[in-house]
Design a protein around this ligand. Structure first.
Ligand SMILES: [Zn+2]
Length: 132
């Protein structure tokens, strides 16, 4: 009868495999994904996909942040607040929320859209305001 022996062997073998897997996992480093250059270039239109929560949101803007916990750059307000990204790192005011002037950050001050260069519709130069 070698049932016990088999069981022990199996258990021993399994333990060895588990230990190996654990050791491997310990040495595993997360691969750093490099963004493809084309990814940056292709999108010329309005972007509304948050790279952080992987959802379509009406308040996605481009952030050149230096938060090491995420590689996302197009980020919705909710995620930007969660990641505590300063609004000073925001590069765009292109979202529907910005267009409707409803864009507001919870974390820190919200930059006025006029401070941000990349807006969907460039305002004509000079005083084009007819309400005078
Ligand atoms: Zn998000």
């Amino acid at each position: 009868m070698s049932i016990m022996k088999d069981a022990l062997l199996k258990a021993g073998l399994k333990a060895t495999v588990d230990a190996k897997v654990a050791a491997k996992a310990e040495n595993h480093r997360e691969e750093i994904k490099k963004k493809k250059l084309t990814e940056e270039i292709i999108h010329q239109g309005q972007r509304n996909f948050c790279e952080e929560c992987q959802q379509v949101r009406p308040d996605v803007e481009l952030y050149y942040h230096n938060n090491p916990t995420t590689e996302a750059e197009w980020i919705c307000v909710k995620c930007a607040d969660k990641l505590k990204l300063a609004d000073t790192t925001r590069q765009t005011a292109q979202s529907d929320t910005s267009i409707k002037k409803m864009f507001r950050r919870e974390h820190g001050a919200t930059r006025p859209a006029s401070e941000i260069k990349s807006q969907p519709t460039a305002k004509p130069k000079g005083d084009a305001n007819g309400n005078r």
